[in-house]
Design a protein around this ligand. Structure first.
Ligand code: ADP
Length: 434
């Protein structure tokens, strides 16, 4: 999702793939918001105005790399590039297109104002097709690589994010899908495109009748990885000695600490923040440290803080949808029983976790079956996700979190301006990559 590649008239790439994580267009995203009707464009296109968005990247490229921009015959994503190589056609599915900031969700066509702002024409973009679109004739050159030569239908499919909702069986109203891998996301389904008057929530296509709305968070498991690598050398040693995964040692240690970490709150915004505040300058912090806190508390506070952050995205989502009834969760975090229970306690909702967490892949298979007419709807997913773990909220723990969450939320608002001050300092003294 959100990648950008430019190719010349001979279909040779002029750039590497610029990924979602590339923030060079931060200034341009801000300008789109402030001066170029950014909020209206978001309301029509569903992609929050942020450096991740190809719209912002195009404006950046036009201004900062004018020679490359001028030479480009097409502006595409990595997925279109792969499909071009295999089939010789530039096609883009509505799902990937809905994450470019350039597709009008209602007309399912390129948004004229967004194209003008980006400085490109619809001829320089790929042909828009539904996520069920089939391509048949794979170029001969690739037959031996892929292992088949005949007319095997290829379904263009959707983006990994929206497919994950399908693969975790979160496609009914009231069901929320939560993923915590390296980053994280929280999403639900709507039968029509919906955007957020406050600009916090994305809206991406799965099919014309299934729209995935939600928020991505940068700071998921990557923060636990930071803790493991930077603060937990002795725990990693213990894990090696016992022959177990260091993450299991950390979550076991955290399980020995009271819910709420005895009043220690952690804000996990170490890589900036996407939903719901969309502030790339946000930074992490521990709040409430007292002399009785030990490293064990800090470990638990980190696990809790990652979930608190996702909970704030859920609150934004709830303003647009019905009250969620249950959570279907996936991602690396789900390997830990303790962390899964923490999610149920903080969200105050039952959390169901399929044993297999490759949900995007399963979603792709089911969408493929639907596209070739093997199934008429997606209900088959519930039989395909296999064994699940169910966690119910523990009332005592939930009450503790209900007291701490308002403090967590107020703090992140209060720190808003100071995030800008501290990142300005970091950029000045530490360097431009911050
Ligand atoms: P990706 O999003 O890159 O595909 P994963 O979904 O595998 O990655 O998630 C990786 C993250 O999952 C790690 O950074 C870590 O925070 C978390 N994780 C992995 N194993 C465990 C575990 N046993 N216990 C708790 N968290 C874990």
């Amino acid at each position: 999702m959100h990648s950008l590649i430019t190719v010349d008239a001979e279909n040779n790439p002029l750039t590497n793939s610029i990924t979602w994580a590339d923030t060079r267009s931060a200034k341009h995203a801000q300008q789109i918001k402030d001066k170029h009707n950014g909020h209206e464009i978001y309301l029509r296109t569903g992609t929050p105005i942020h450096p991740m968005s190809p719209l912002a990247k195009l404006v950046w490229m036009r201004d900062e790399q004018p020679a490359v921009f001028a030479k480009a015959a097409k502006f595409i994503s990595i997925k279109e590039y792969v499909f071009y190589k295999l089939f010789g056609e530039y096609v883009i599915d509505h799902s990937i297109a809905s994450a470019t900031g350039l597709m009008n969700l209602k007309t399912l066509d390129w948004d004229k104002e967004a194209l003008i702002l980006a400085g490109i024409t619809s001829d320089q973009s790929s042909t828009l097709v539904p996520t069920t679109h089939q391509l048949k004739v794979i170029k001969e050159y690739y037959h031996s690589y892929i292992g088949f030569r005949g007319e095997v239908p290829f379904i263009i499919g959707a983006s990994d994010g929206v497919l994950s909702n399908l693969g975790v069986n979160a496609i009914e109203p009231g069901v929320i899908a939560v993923t915590i891998g390296t980053s994280g996301a929280i999403r639900t389904v709507s039968d029509r495109p919906r955007t957020d008057p406050k600009g916090r929530i994305f809206c991406y296509a799965l099919t014309e009748n299934h729209w995935i709305i939600g928020g991505p968070v940068n700071n998921g498991g990557i923060i636990l990885r930071w803790l493991r690598d930077e603060l937990a050398a002795s725990e990693v040693e213990t894990a090696k000695r016992l022959g177990i995964d260091p993450y299991d040692v950390l979550t076991r240690i955290a399980a020995g600490i009271n819910p709420g970490s005895d009043g220690l709150i952690f804000h996990p915004y170490m890589t900036g923040k996407r939903a719901p505040l969309w502030n790339a300058n946000a930074r992490g912090s521990f709040f409430g440290l007292s002399i009785h806190h030990k490293k064990e508390h800090m470990i638990r506070a980190v696990l809790e803080g990652i979930i608190y952050n996702l909970f704030t995205v859920l609150l934004a989502l709830e303003e647009l949808t019905d009250e969620p009834q249950k959570i279907q969760a996936t991602g690396g975090f789900a390997r830990s029983e303790m962390w899964r229970q923490l999610m149920a306690d903080i969200f105050d909702k039952p959390v169901i976790v399929p044993e297999s967490y490759e949900s995007s892949c399963l979603g792709a298979i089911v969408l493929g079956m639907y596209a070739v007419g093997e199934i008429d709807d997606f209900s088959i997913v519930s039989d395909m996700i296999g064994q699940t773990h169910t966690h119910r909220p523990n009332e005592h723990n939930t009450n503790v979190y209900r007291e701490l969450l308002p403090i967590y939320i107020r703090l992140s608002h209060m720190l808003g301006e100071e995030y800008d001050s501290i990142t300005a300092f970091q950029r000045k003294y530490v360097g431009g990559t911050q």
